[in-house]
Design a binder for this molecule. Structure first.
Ligand code: NAD
Ligand code: DAU
Length: 354
């Protein structure tokens, strides 16, 4: 038996592969294009491990995907691969349409052909798990109830629109063709191997480099934060016990305004790596122009996955963020290697400084 995952060299995918192989011996076939966000460094601990089979390629390459399915005969396909950064989707939506929509469509078609030809028992047990986001639900006002699975889908950014489109395709492939799919919609992850274009790792690396900490708008936008290893455990839980055709929301019950996240990161760095001049890292906080169309608040109602599958996060925000800051302090070489030429180009484009 084996599972095939896509996007397993990215932030969440690589954490998933590492946790999966730490917990069992079932091999993982890992299909990843190695875009700017894909990083085999994340998986260096698996070098020489026959349980990890890496294939570089695109989820939209139907011939490649069909070949991998035929060769490895996975019992499940987990789709993590995506263009994932909202700001990049605002600068250039094309890649998001291509990977998140067209790529998911082609992957679904390859999986449908493979699944349809399986012997009945394997067909019944097979699952296609699609990893999606809470951003498909749009934005909430301060006092609105958190997003439940039944919330209307109202994406506001090119990224979230492309993810919502992919969720719809996955749903349709179940209803029309009977492909046994599962969809998860999760809130903001943080933790090891998080690419430093996203809020928390960007704040850590900029703080340590003595650079400004750019907070968009008034910093009062609210996100729900989940430690990445809790997201991975939730996905394992949905894969094991989720009902085909169902959607499960995953969240950390940790709603926080961005400014509070940044202040918490600063306070941890003040404790663990104080600045030489004795000042707090908060002095580096700079309010900058807001993200266009910036969603004000996300919040997840994660009662369904708890009630039906017994999942709850293991980390609180306080324990998870401490581990995260410590991980970045312990892994400066990883950060240095990630900050390649193309990363510097992005920072210059988005923030106007190198
Ligand atoms: P990421 O950007 O860190 O990694 C994405 C990975 O997909 C990279 O390794 C990249 O090389 C690969 N990839 C991109 N296009 C590909 C293609 N066409 N074919 C094959 N591989 C390709 O993203 P992430 O933060 O790890 O997110 C993983 C998934 O989880 C995404 O689907 C994202 O929408 C979803 N998600 C992310 C979060 C979050 O907070 N990061 C929260 C909820 C859901
Ligand atoms: O909600 C789940 C989503 O979380 C995932 O689907 C996305 O893939 C993931 O990137 C993340 O999206 P966000 O846009 O919420 O994450 P980001 O880290 O880019 O931003 C978090 C918040 O911080 C957001 O309100 C914008 C703000 N921000 C971000 C950056 C990069 C800043 O204030 N300054 C910044 O420099």
């Amino acid at each position: 038996m084996a599972i095939l995952i896509t996007g397993g060299a990215g932030f969440i995918g690589s954490n998933f592969v590492l946790d999966w192989l730490a917990g069992c011996n079932e091999p993982v076939v890992n299909l990843d294009k190695l875009s700017y966000a894909g990083n085999l460094d994340n998986l260096s601990g698996l070098q020489g491990d026959a349980r990890h089979i890496f294939a570089q390629g695109d989820i939209g390459d139907s011939v490649l995907v069909a070949g991998l399915l035929a060769r490895h005969r996975p019992r499940a396909v987990l789709n993590f691969a995506a263009e994932s950064h909202v700001d990049r989707s605002i600068h250039g939506p094309e890649d998001f349409i291509q990977t998140n929509i067209v790529g998911t469509f082609r992957l679904l078609e390859a999986v449908r052909a493979y699944w349809a030809a399986l012997p009945l028992q394997e067909q019944t047990q097979f699952r296609f798990l699609h990893v999606s986001t809470d951003e498909v639900y749009g934005t909430l006002a301060k006092d609105d109830a958190p997003f439940a699975e039944t919330h209307r889908v109202e994406p506001n950014s090119p990224y979230s629109a492309s993810k919502a489109a992919s969720d719809h395709l996955v749903r349709a492939w179940h209803h029309t063709y009977g492909v046994p799919v599962l969809t998860t919609n999760c809130s903001n992850n943080y933790g090891p191997y998080h690419f430093p274009e996203k809020l928390i790792p960007l704040m850590i690396v900029n703080a340590l480099a003595g650079k400004p900490l750019p907070v968009y708008g008034d910093g009062q936008q609210i996100r729900d934060w989940l430690y990445v290893k809790d997201h991975c455990s939730a996905i394992r839980c949905v894969l094991a016990g989720g009902k085909a055709g169902e959607t499960y929301n995953i969240g950390g019950w940790n709603e926080k305004p961005n400014i509070e996240i940044v202040q918490t990161v600063c306070a941890l760095l003040d404790e663990l790596r104080p600045r030489a001049d004795g000042q707090s890292y908060t002095s580096q906080i700079t309010f900058v122009q807001d993200r266009p169309g910036h969603d004000r608040r996300y919040a997840i109602d994660a009662r369904k996955i708890e009630r039906e599958l017994g999942w709850r996060p293991a980390e609180t925000f306080e324990t998870g963020i401490r581990k995260t800051v410590q991980w970045y302090l312990n892994n400066p070489q990883w950060v240095q290697r990630v900050q390649s030429g193309s990363y510097r180009n992005w920072v210059a484009k988005q923030y106007g400084v190198a």
